[in-house]
Write a protein that binds this ligand. Structure first.
Ligand code: UD1
Length: 431
């Protein structure tokens, strides 16, 4: 199994291109099931999760073709892939495929909306606490699907199609909002989603659905109105830049010091996280190219941050922020409100010599003067990259084990960082 070796202590300087957002790419790919036309997605990141979803969609009958490289394009630019679900040949999403990636459960929405039935394994995914799908099933039921849980599968039926409904989510849910949006787009009549997620990835998917012929108003606010249409067509859409990748590299620079331009990044997608990074002492400016982050000398300042649904501080950057605050001049408090149990990086960060104490849903981080490299284990997607950030600033060598978590969500991580001066390399099996 691959490992990553990092020798810390180098400042980061240069340019890091930001990839297409994983959390938009996945639902956009799933939206291809809604139409018998061709959905062309540009700027898709090369990630294990994207590959895994291609296999799942292929199992339902989606054909895809990957556009070749164009003249002058580097091998690292996002890919353009055409998805065509002309005929859905199988409405079952089996355990072996869905258990690897939670978002694949969302196929339930287009399958039921278009085919009137779906049998989808209840999901697996990151080990960051219980991540139920009750709100997703509630949304499908509100839209008229009959749902049974049978042998670990959600079996959904709507023989006469879905019908529009009012859906009020008890808690903000990104997955629930994606599912309701896709399903309601092909339902008979109008739907209103209350307490909808406002994440930029929801807006990106809604924009794409509108290009496909959907009638959607209010995406990006907590009330979304959808008027169902009988069919959707193909379209062409470019995936928006990854705000979590942006925030991750911004925190890496805030940690090591240096000066990096995050090319193609959009500050408006992560203002709250950028504000926090500025509070830690880094400087951030928007440029024509993207977002520039720099910190030259000066101590890292402690912060008090609570994760919240968008536009608040994202839970997907919580682990990275914790890595950054381990070397702050003072005590930080980081409170996690979205997922219980999303503190598995705490004991791994302790292996670098970090001082972190858990207090209910908060982590109290007492900054230390230096970290020391260590062998560590990646536990989930975002936790893994927090270990990389700590390692970049730690003295000596770190080996990050179980890097398949990183490959699920970070495209060309070692290349992007090493080009900015980091000493980082992948050790493949046998090295
Ligand atoms: C998505 C993101 C993930 C991010 C999360 C929160 C993707 C592919 N993944 O995950 O990276 O960390 O949003 O921003 O976009 N909940 C329930 N019942 C449900 C659904 C959710 O109780 O049926 C709870 C969850 O346990 C959690 C909260 O609601 O406490 C938010 O979860 P949700 O927004 O649904 O997360 P995901 O869509 O799975």
């Amino acid at each position: 199994m691959d490992r990553i070796r990092i020798v810390g202590g180098e400042r980061l300087n240069g340019v890091i291109p930001i990839s297409g957002a994983k959390n938009a790419a996945l639902p956009l790919m799933i939206a291809s099931l809604l139409t018998d036309g061709t959905l062309t997605l540009e700027n898709l990141p090369r990630l294990a999760d994207v590959q895994a979803l291609m296999r799942i969609l292929g199992n339902h009958g989606v054909d895809y073709s990957i556009e070749g490289k164009r003249f002058g394009q580097s091998g690292e630019q996002g890919r353009t892939i055409h998805f065509s679900a002309r005929q859905i040949v199988d409405t079952t999403a089996p355990y072996e495929l869905v258990s690897k990636m939670r978002a694949s459960f969302w196929v339930i929405a287009p399958l039921v909306a278009r085919m009137g039935e779906a049998k989808v394994s209840l999901p697996g995914g990151c080990a960051i606490g219980t991540r139920p799908v009750d709100f997703l099933l509630m949304a499908m039921e509100r839209l008229g699907a009959k749902i049974d849980i049978d042998g670990g599968y959600a079996v959904a039926k709507a023989k006469n199609g879905l019908r529009g409904a009012e859906i009020a989510f008890p808690k903000v849910t990104v997955g629930g909002t994606h599912v309701a949006l896709m399903a309601a787009s092909l339902a008979h009549g109008s739907s209103v989603l209350h307490n909808a997620a406002r994440e930029p990835e929801i807006v990106d998917v809604a924009d794409c659905l509108v290009k496909m012929g959907a009638k959607i108003k209010g995406a990006g606010t907590s009330t979304i109105e959808i008027t169902g249409v009988p069919r959707l067509s193909g379209a062409r859409h470019a995936v928006l830049p990854d705000r979590i990748e942006t925030g991750t590299y911004a925190m890496a620079v805030a940690m090591t010091g240096g000066d990096v331009t995050l090319q193609g990044a959009r500050a408006d997608l992560l203002q709250s996280a950028l504000d926090t990074i500025v509070q830690t002492g880094a400087q951030i400016t928007e440029t024509n190219e993207g977002v520039r982050v720099y910190r030259n000398g000066g101590a890292i300042q402690p912060v008090d941050v609570t994760t919240e649904p968008f536009p608040g501080f994202p839970t997907d950057l919580q682990a990275q922020l914790m890595a950054l605050t381990t070397m702050a001049e003072g005590v930080s408090r980081i409170t996690e409100t979205i997922f219980e149990n999303r503190f598995m990086h705490v004991q791994e960060l302790a292996r670098f010599g970090a001082h972190i104490r858990l207090d209910g849903d908060s982590a109290i981080v007492e900054g230390v003067k230096r970290l020391k490299g260590a062998p560590v284990m990646a536990t989930d997607l975002r936790a893994s990259v927090s270990l990389v950030i700590a390692a970049l600033a730690a003295e000596g060598e770190t080996i990050v084990n179980r890097v398949y978590h990183l490959d699920r969500g970070f495209e060309h991580l070692e290349n992007k960082l090493s080009r900015c001066g980091a000493r980082i390399e992948r050790l493949s099996v046998g090295d």
